[in-house]
Design a protein around this ligand. Structure first.
Ligand code: IMP
Ligand code: MG
Length: 172
């Protein structure tokens, strides 16, 4: 197994999620929020964030694939699993693991917007802003990071390491 270097500790992750939870709870206090988790990467972020919310919450899940196990997105985004329910008239918060080039989320937000939600926002655990190729409006983010490949806390390298409770980087 390769060596993993810790970049964001479990304690830092926990503390930041608590802050985000407070902010999102306030913003959706009167309306409630419909969380849309983008599988698989966002499953841990979604679960931890949802536990911090004090506003009314419903959840749904969607899986898209843009990487085909490569380290860069191809720009071709495929819906592997669509939402179970309609988002029409709902206050939707898309929960994603990381925004890199922005291709995946730019495309996805366009698709979801066409389904007439009452509002549509994005929460990304990590934002690799310097890598952006396509614009994406990120309403809530956990951490902004530099351009390095991260894994853990839901994020994978060749489907491995999603279970790590911290954000790490592979040491070569
Ligand atoms: P984008 O389309 O380039 O923004 O890529 C977004 C998707 O690529 C994310 O949802 C992740 O699944 C994956 N991804 C981007 N950067 C990383 C990384 O550093 N580690 C693991 N997955 C990544
Ligand atoms: Mg992803």
């Amino acid at each position: 197994m390769s060596k993993i270097k810790e970049r964001i500790s479990r304690a830092e992750v926990d503390a930041r999620i608590k802050e985000l939870g407070k902010q999102i709870s306030q913003d959706y206090a009167d309306t409630g929020v419909h969380l849309v988790c983008i599988l698989k990467g966002a499953f841990m972020f979604m679960s931890d964030l949802a536990k911090e919310l004090t506003c009314p919450v419903t959840v749904d899940f969607m899986a898209v694939s843009s990487y085909e196990d490569q380290m860069e997105s191809t720009g071709i985004v495929k819906i592997v699993k669509d939402l179970d329910g309609s988002i029409e008239g709902k206050h939707v918060l898309v929960v994603e693991d990381i925004i890199d080039s922005g291709r995946t989320l730019h495309y996805l937000m366009e698709i979801l917007e066409k389904r007439n939600p009452k509002s549509l926002r994005l929460a990304a655990f990590l934002d690799k802003e310097p890598r952006r190729v396509v614009p994406v409006n990120v309403s809530y983010y956990g951490f902004k990071i530099e351009d390095f490949f991260v894994l853990g806390y839901g994020l994978d390298y060749k489907q491995m390491y999603r279970n790590l409770p911290f954000i790490g980087e592979m040491e070569s």
